[in-house]
Design a protein around this ligand. Structure first.
Ligand code: CO
Length: 477
């Protein structure tokens, strides 16, 4: 069996540490005062069992705190119920994305009545109802202290909005701070339920819903200044199968290309369902941006795949052997015509990307030019470069270094910036040769390296992070 050169990025990290100042090469921008908090899996085995999939591992938070040209680092496991039960019993106790606990027949029947859904919030972090929370796709946000990374417990909502799963990628209106998201409620008829949450509130306001027979697996969604858009890919589940198959969550989803992709468009203010535009079958985890182009037309940009087989390529055994193919999606734009209800595809660039980020506060929901993401230079080398794509021309800049595997590049705007993309990118990079990771700071415009700060261990590949400017407990994103 071959072994992937980046395997250390899929190896458990047991050590929890805190360093006041990491060694820095180059110069950190003097204006960088804040904390990058990142989330991702860091424990892939419990007792003698291994989780099956990259998305299953137990969550760890990492904080890089910038002040006065220096950067500190801390990391800590998220003390979720899933984590505590795994630690206490030495066995996997909760159902994850692609791993189920081993159960006797009796245990399986009992689990049907008392579903042990996971609160292993390993995908993203954000500020929600004036709290900092870690998020996954079950609607159980876990609060944490961004300074100490201490877990503070589940953030309960003060409502009874239905929903079994949700997205770890809510949208936020940067002016009002209002959050927009959705849940999927499984049943004889299933429902996509959109909602909004105003700052400081824990009561979600329903915003419109849609009944469906077989709900799609949707990792994220799109928001323009006036619309919310759910791209329902033909990767769908029969809720009865989900309840009774005895198979892990994602194994119940099936690729049904004959259904095509349905773009459900809602009015953002009222929640009214405006149109469902029919597009070709494809799959995506991540939306990039969306905006109105006039005359009842919308542009919806995302990191697309021809089908959902990427989900299978991210099983840990396959990833650790080396996937042997390109680890990137393609930047596609779908032109939605709300009158004809047809969605037409345009390829924005020949350069692939994943984990896309934009200058969110400035351009989300509006026409824009730049997207940054991870990319793939050598097929089989997983994410071995960072890219900046100009979506107006398709032109791309890249950053790469021998034996290095970068994660999601988080854009941080320079204070006082007046143009899109004026700032830096922060990315955690695995240096497989040195067997350590470093925090990379790039000029967001040119992708030239400005600084790197080396961490004393290798950080397993994570998913998403957010930059909190200023002192974390006193500030707003
Ligand atoms: Co994601």
């Amino acid at each position: 069996m071959s072994e992937a050169p980046y395997k250390l990025g899929l190896t458990s990290l047991a050590r929890e540490t805190r360093h006041e100042a990491l060694p820095v090469e180059g110069a950190l921008p003097p204006w960088l005062h804040g904390t990058l908090v990142r989330n991702g899996p860091a424990k892939f085995e419990v007792g003698d069992r291994s989780y099956n999939h990259w998305f299953d591992g137990l969550a760890m938070l990492h904080a890089f705190t910038f002040a006065d040209g220096e950067v500190g680092y801390a990391n800590r496991f998220l003390n979720s119920t899933s984590y505590r039960q795994a630690e206490a019993t030495g066995t996997i106790q909760r159902s994850e994305f692609a791993t189920d606990p081993c159960r006797s027949i009796f245990g399986r029947v009992m689990a049907m009545f008392r579903p042990q859904i996971t609160d292993n919030a390993n995908i993203n972090v954000m500020r929600l109802a004036d709290q900092y929370v870690a998020l996954t796709e079950t609607p159980l946000p876990i609060r944490f202290d961004p300074e100490t990374l201490e877990t503070l417990g589940e953030m309960g909502y003060e409502d009874h909005l239905p929903g079994d799963i949700t997205t770890a990628h809510p949208h936020v209106d940067p002016d009002s701070g209002t959050l927009y998201s959705y849940t999927t409620a499984f049943g004889k008829t299933s429902t996509y339920q959109l909602y909004k949450l105003t700052p400081g509130s824990r009561t979600r306001t329903p915003l419109g819903s849609l009944s469906v027979d077989e709900p799609a697996y949707m990792h994220s969604f799109a928001m323009t200044e006036e619309h919310l858009i759910l791209a329902a890919f033909p990767f769908v589940v029969n809720p009865l199968e989900l309840a009774f198959s005895g198979k892990p969550f994602i194994a119940n989803y099936h690729w049904r290309p004959e259904r095509g992709t349905q773009f459900h468009v809602f009015d953002r203010a009222e929640g009214t369902h405006l149109a469902t535009c029919a597009g070709p079958p494809f799959f995506a985890f991540h939306h990039i941006n969306a905006f109105a182009t006039g005359d009842g037309r919308l542009a919806v940009d995302l990191a697309g795949y021809p089908d959902a087989s990427v989900v299978d390529r991210l099983f840990l055994n396959r990833l650790r052997e080396g996937i042997g193919e390109r680890a990137a999606a393609d930047p596609w734009r779908f032109h939605l015509d709300l009158k004809t209800e047809i969605a037409r595809k345009e390829v924005l660039s020949e350069t692939g990307l994943e984990l896309p980020r934009i200058d969110y506060a400035r351009v989300n929901g509006r026409p824009y030019r730049f997207v940054w993401g991870t990319g793939n230079r050598v097929p089989g080398h997983f994410t071995d470069q960072l890219v900046r794509i100009d979506v107006s021309t398709g032109e791309a800049h890249t950053w790469y270094a021998e034996g290095c595997y970068p994660g999601e590049p988080v854009f941080v705007a320079r204070p006082g910036a007046t143009t899109e993309g004026d700032g830096v990118l922060l990315s955690v990079v695995l240096d497989a040769t040195a067997e350590t990771s470093f925090l990379l700071v790039l000029d967001a415009d040119t992708l030239e390296e400005r600084a790197r700060a080396t961490v004393p261990h290798a950080i397993p590949f994570g998913f998403h992070g957010q930059y909190l400017s200023g002192k974390p407990n006193t500030l707003h994103r």
